[in-house]
Design a binder for this molecule. Structure first.
Ligand code: DAH
Length: 349
């Protein structure tokens, strides 16, 4: 009798290989577990057995039933999986080429920042970082920017509410707090915690109360530069910026300094560049950044002797460099995470 049960389990195993559709499966299952199925019939034999043989047969019967049910359950899930794949048009075909591996690429702003940082590293500059939340003193006063300067206006700057918890985190106790409007505040922090001579660049995020359009964003990125040493001249500034701009825009770039005004540099300049390889902007003078010699008043404010130390400073927009380099006409592309835009850049790793 128990041999019969083993034969039924073997029958169940054998038919799993032949079953390939749900209806085959129903039929095969009925042939064993259905009312007239072989296992159901075999179980009826228990009534004909002598009393003492019944328990052992009952146990063997249960075991066989479990095995058969497990086989059918497994086969059904295989059939369903295949049907799902077929429905998705993805029947597994081991001869098809593999799905191409899509590797990511750097965000164009990250690629620009890294390239510019590595250029300045070659000139001996190190990277300085500071907080994005600032006090008015570091962002304006120490940079010789008077209280009535337009940059300090509520319309231009994101101030913290006087009652917010951040507004109380101040060395001086009663200063207004804000999101830094430029990376120039890092100049001050660096001069106050490092001893000259020093050469630093400070890439970072800045914030202004700008209405977003093709050329304005309330959140953007700058890279600040500061060199403090003895006898620093305009020649040092011009030579440094020429090297940086040639490395960034190509060796054919021409540059010029145009007199301008910044409260923290004296004299101050806008830097323009002209290059033959910039698409629509080729061979036109384009304004790229601000710079100048550090105003002696700034040295005084951070406690450096103006008759001993001198320096140059500059600030450039990371977005601006990237837009000019790649002919991007709308700053908003950088922040929308649209793959169609981002996948066009494979910036240096
Ligand atoms: N902080 C200026 C701005 O946001 C840029 C700038 C100009 C930085 C001249 C400098 C500089 O260090 O010397 O517009």
């Amino acid at each position: 009798m128990e041999n019969d049960l083993q034969a039924i389990v073997a029958q169940a195993e054998a038919c799993q290989a032949e079953v390939s559709s749900r209806s085959d499966w129903d039929q095969a299952k009925a042939a064993i577990l259905g009312p007239k199925g072989t296992l159901t019939q075999a179980s009826k034999l228990i009534g004909t057995l002598p009393r003492e043989e019944k328990p052992a047969f009952g146990q063997a019967l249960n075991k066989a039933k479990k095995q058969v049910e497990a086989l059918f359950a497994m086969t059904l899930s295989n059939i369903e999986e295949k049907a799902d794949l077929l429905a998705l048009g993805q029947a597994y075909d081991p001869t098809l080429p593999a799905i191409p591996h899509r590797s990511g690429s750097l965000h164009p702003l990250t690629a620009t920042r890294r390239k510019v940082v590595s250029t300045f590293r070659k000139l001996g500059f190190t990277v300085a970082e500071a907080t994005e939340a600032e006090t008015e003193w570091f962002c304006f006063d120490a940079l010789n920017t008077p209280a009535d300067h337009p940059a300090r206006d509520e319309q231009d700057t994101l101030f913290f509410k006087p009652d917010s918890k951040w507004a109380n985190v101040s060395k001086k106790g009663n200063e207004a707090h804000l999101l830094r409007t430029h990376t120039s505040s890092v100049q001050i922090r660096t001069m106050m915690c490092e001893k000259p001579p020093l050469r630093v660049i400070a890439p970072g995020r800045c914030f202004r109360r700008d209405t977003v359009d093709a050329t304005h964003s309330a959140n953007f990125h700058q890279l600040e530069g500061l060199c403090i040493d003895r006898n620093v001249t305009l020649l040092d500034l011009k030579g440094t910026l020429d090297y940086f701009l040639k490395e960034t825009f190509g060796s054919k770039v021409q540059t010029r300094l145009r007199p301008s005004f910044f409260p923290f540099t004296e004299p101050s300049f806008e830097v323009d560049l002209k290059a033959p390889n910039l698409g629509k902007l080729s061979n036109k003078w384009i304004e790229i950044m601000g710079c100048g010699l550090v105003d002696p008043e700034v040295l005084n404010l951070v406690g450096l002797a103006e008759n001993e130390w001198s320096g140059f400073a500059f600030g450039v927009g990371i977005e601006r460099i990237t837009m000019i380099l790649h002919g991007i006409d709308d700053i908003r592309h950088f922040y929308q995470n649209d793959q169609r835009f981002l996948s066009q850049f494979t910036g240096p790793a």
